[in-house]
Write a protein that binds this ligand. Structure first.
Ligand code: ING
Length: 313
């Protein structure tokens, strides 16, 4: 028997634009209590878990934009969650919009933290792969303005020794980029936790709805398998002010197999007893990076950003 970490992905149903943080925090606390009563030690909440997915809205009034951000963490609205977690001896991952004065200027990031069972923030990640667009697209049914409201994360993909293992974080779109998992895989990550808000409609070109879920799961399972790590992904799901977000919260094993998956688009808890030693054989053999990787052939990955087509014949 290996090092067992019982984890919950605490999926959130929709958060409407008019919903107050305090009401959302009560939903988070209810999920936390349910997870704790089942013996979970870590609860993974979604990306931007305190508010509606506001990047779908074009806003010119900076005060309105700022109203979606947290200027400290914890703060009065979120403190009850920190208090309950400490009382229950359970840690959690939380995604939120971070506003901070850093390097002498106001900065805004799409951020996630891991909070240890003692209530202390054990790790912070700022989203690096920001999808969507920066300018208003009036022709689209909704916006995806993460490039407008957030800066690119400036902390890289770190891992943290916590919960008797090695944990890492990413956020939503990051899961679609193999570099995300590989950078953490090269640091020995054993569990990557992430939140996501994935619209059910593609605003750039037609895409059947089923393909959104397929690509979401493909990204999780590939990242898990190719880096021999657990992946725990928690959705904000459902209809927010008329706009749909997919569910599909999932716990994926280092084998790439799905250990647990949500079936609703509401607040829903999925749990699994994750054996952190399952990945050991893959790290030792199939994905023994030291033995099998050939970095002398990979330099384009870090030296070139976009595609350079081959010369015409
Ligand atoms: N959301 C989406 C995601 O990556 C997206 C954006 C959806 C991009 C589908 C490309 C295709 O799941 C966030 N918040 O990144």
């Amino acid at each position: 028997m290996g090092r067992i970490l019982k984890v919950a992905a605490a999926q959130l149903g929709p958060i409407q634009r008019a919903d107050k943080r305090e009401a959302v925090v009560q939903r988070l606390i209810a999920l936390l209590r349910e997870a704790a009563s089942s013996g979970c030690k870590l609860v993974v909440f979604p990306e931007l878990a305190l508010t509606t997915f506001f990047p779908r809205w074009y806003m010119e009034d900076d005060a309105e934009v700022d109203s979606y951000f947290e200027h400290s963490m914890p703060n009065d609205a979120v403190q009850p969650l920190f208090d309950e977690a400490k009382k229950l001896g359970v840690g959690f991952h939380l995604g939120y919009a971070e506003a901070i004065l850093e390097d002498g200027r106001q900065r805004r990031f799409n951020t996630a933290i891991i909070v240890a069972p003692d209530g202390k923030i054990a790790g912070k990640y700022r989203k690096i792969h920001l999808p969507g667009h920066a300018e208003h697209r009036p022709q689209s049914p909704f916006q995806h303005l993460e490039k407008r409201y957030f800066e690119v994360g400036n902390g890289g993909f770190k891992v943290y020794r916590a919960y008797n293992g090695v944990l890492g974080m990413c956020i939503c779109n990051d899961r679609r980029w193999p570099e995300t998992f590989r950078v953490m895989g090269l640091q020995g990550v054993e569990m990557v936790v992430l939140g996501f808000n994935t619209p059910d409609t593609n605003i750039y070109h037609h895409e059947p709805v089923h393909r959104r879920m397929f690509h979401h799961m493909l990204s999780l399972q590939a990242g898990a398998y190719q880096n021999a790590t657990w992946v725990v992904a928690s959705a904000k799901a459902g209809n927010e002010d008329g706009f749909g977000l997919i569910g599909g919260s999932a716990i994926v094993a280092p084998t790439g197999e799905i250990a647990a998956q949500a079936i609703t688009e509401d607040d829903e808890l999925i749990m699994f007893n994750c054996d952190l030693d399952i990945g050991r054989d893959f790290k030792e053999y199939m994905f023994n990076f030291a033995k099998h990787r050939r970095i002398e052939h990979y330099k384009l990955i870090t030296e070139q950003t976009g595609v350079v087509d081959p010369p015409e014949d």
